[in-house]
Design a protein around this ligand. Sequence first.
Ligand SMILES: [Zn+2]
Ligand SMILES: [Zn+2]
Ligand SMILES: [Zn+2]
Length: 143
Amino acid sequence: MENVQELKVLLKEKGYKLTPQRRAVLNMIMDNPGKHLTTEEIYDLVKVQCPDIGLATVYRTLQILNEMDLILKINLDDGCSRYEYNIHQDDHEHHHLICTDCGRIVEVNEDLLDSIERQIEKDYDFSITDHKVKFFGLCSKCR
Ligand SMILES: [Zn+2]
Ligand SMILES: [Zn+2]
Ligand SMILES: [Zn+2]
């Protein structure tokens, strides 16, 4: 979303205004690609720019941006919701490698599961709409 005007129109369609605080939250996520920030981390970063922003506003803004598919909500089984910019503007969450030792998160660029989906659809007579995959293990530094 490079275009502020475009973002304004998108928000307006949903009945929301592009407040400086909402803009700051989205900017923070866009400026931190691959970081998978938690709500609290985003709050701490945005607070520097917008000292009077509250955690509830950040929380609500993340919900709105997620609803609009501008950001993705990621659950990495560590007890908190993380967010990242939805570069491809699609509903499909890319896959992550999670180091169980240092917590490092690596994004997997390839999505090799299309053939598996087709196989499962056939074998189980099930129409698949999405999948989420996490790989747990040790990164190169932790072995
Ligand atoms: Zn590691
Ligand atoms: Zn990611
Ligand atoms: Zn996939």
